[in-house]
Design a protein around this ligand. Sequence first.
Ligand code: HEM
Length: 534
Amino acid sequence: KPTSPTGKVEVGVSFGDDRRAQAGEHLTTAQGLRLSDTDHSLKAGARGPSLLEDFHLREKITHFDHERIPERVVHARGAAAHGTFRAYGNAESVTKAGFLAKGRETPVFTRFSTVLGSRGSADTVRDVRGFAVKFYTEEGNFDLVGNNMPVFFIQDGIKFPDVIHAGKPHPDREIPQAQTAHDTFWDFVSLHTEATHHVLWAMSDRGIPRSYRTMEGFGVHTFRLVNTAGETSLVKFHWKPVAGVHSLVWEEAQIAAGADPDFHRRDMADGIEAGAPLEYELGLQLLPDTPDETFEGIDLLDPTKIVPEELAEVVLVGKLTLDRNPTNYFAETEQVAFHTGHLVPGIEITNDPLMQARMFSYLDTQLTRLGGPNFTQLPINCPHVPVNDNLRDGMHQTAIHQGVTPYKPNGIDGDRPIADDTGYVHLPRPVEGVKVRANPVSFDDHFTQATLFWLSMSAVEKAHIVEAFTFELSKVYEMAIRERELAVLANVDGELCARVAAGLGLPAPTGKPAKGVVPSPALSQVPVAPGPIA
Ligand code: HEM
C-alpha cells in the first residue's frame, strides 16, 4: 500500500501505486476510464472540425501542454546518479554527524551540472561544474551543494544576480549559448576583481573536465564541525575522484560539444550500466576554530580563497560510489531540490556572506520551480526517516494528513510531536557588530591567490590558460574590455599578461591599475552612529 511521502499517513486509495507506475493493463484517461482509441479526435464527420466535447483530446493535450516546469535559474543542465556513501569512521572525533560514523552506509543522490547553459546546452563547454550530493541520512537529509572548483567569483551573495546576469547569454541575442566568450562576462569580471582567482580556475583545464568521474568537488565555503563533546573545528569539504583528475583539451571539448552534446551524461550513464561506478573519496581539511576565523593569514570566511593542501592536509573520511542510473529523468534529476540549509547535527555553516545568501536562495527558487511548498513530498526529495513537520495544505499537497493538532504547544495530543535537544541545536555563539554594508578589509586582497594558482601550474597547464584567455578575449567585441582584462592579468603575473597580450596583438599594460573598481569600505572608515549598543 502506498504511504504518504511524509511517512505520516497513507495517501488513501490502494490503486495509487498503479497510477504512479502507469502499469495497468489498459490505456485509460486520468480518471481511469478505459479508452477505445487514442489516435483520432472526435470530429463532426471524418473531415472535421474537431469537437470541443472530446474530453480525451482535451485532457491529453492539456497535460502535454503543462509537461515542462521552469528550468533551474542556474545549473539547468545536469545529470545524476544514485549511490552509497560509506564512512571510514575517522571523522567521529571531530563531528557527531551520524553518516560519518564508522561503517555507516548512507544512500545518496548526486547531480552534476554546468552553471550557465540552458537545459538543452552542451556538456563540454568551458564552465564551472556543480557537484551536489544529497545524503539520505538517519538524521534527515544532508546536502553538500558544491562545485568542481574550490573558489567562487564573488564574496557576497548579494552579487549573485550580477555575476549570473553577466555570465548568461546576452539579453538581446541570447548569444553565446555555449559560453565560448562574451562581452558582458568579461566586462563584469574585469571590473570586479574579486572574481580573478575563480576566473583563473575557469580558464584552466578545470573548466573543461573529461568526465564527471574525473572531477574534484569542493564545498567551497568553510563549515563548522561539532563533536559530541561540543568541541568545534572549521572545515573545508573536498571530493577526490578515485579515477584521478583529467580534463579535455579545448579542441576535444569543442568537437565533443558539436558531435555529442551529451558527452558527459552519456559517459556517466553508460559507465554505470557497464558496471563501472563513479567513485570519490570525501576529504576534510580541518582547521582550528579560532576567534578571528583565519588560518595562516587566510580569511576562512572569504570564498575566493583556498587553504593550500601544503598548509592543511585533506584527510579522507569516506567513499562515495555512484552505481545506479535514475529511472526517470524528470522525477529524479529534474525534481531533486538541493539546499545548503539541509544540515544534520555536527555540521554548521559559518558567516561567509556568500553562504549566508545561499541559505535563502535555494528554498526560495524551488517554490517557483517546483510549484509551491510541498516538493519535499516528491519521492526524490523525501528523507529516509519519518517526517512529522506539522506543515499542512498548500499547492500540490498529496498527503492526507490526520489529526487535528498541527501546532505546538498542544494539550490535546500530549504535545506531540516532540521537539527537544535530541534535535538540531545551533551552537550558541556570540554575535556582535554594527549594522553596515561592508566587507572585512582582508576581503580586499583579490590577487595573491590568483598568482599562487598561476605559479603552481606546469608549463603545459600555463600554455592552456594563456590559450583560453586569448581565445575568449579575442571573441570580445569591445576593445576597452580586452584592455581592462589585460590590466587585471598584470596584477596576477607579468608573464601571463604579456603572453595573452601578445596573443591578442595588444600591448601589455605597464603599471598596476587600482584594485577592484567597487572597493569595499574598510570597516574602520565607516562612520558608526552612536547608539545604546556602543
Ligand atoms: C543551484 C552550487 C552560489 C543560488 C546550484 C547547484 C549547485 C550550486 C551545485 C545545482 C544543484 C542541483 O544540481 O540541482 C553553488 C556553489 C556556490 C553557489 C558551490 C558558491 C560557492 C550560489 C549563490 C546563490 C545560488 C550565492 C544565490 C544567492 C542557486 C540557485 C540554484 C543553484 C537559485 C538553483 C536551485 C534550484 O533551482 O533547485 N548551486 N552555488 N548559488 N544555486 Fe548555487
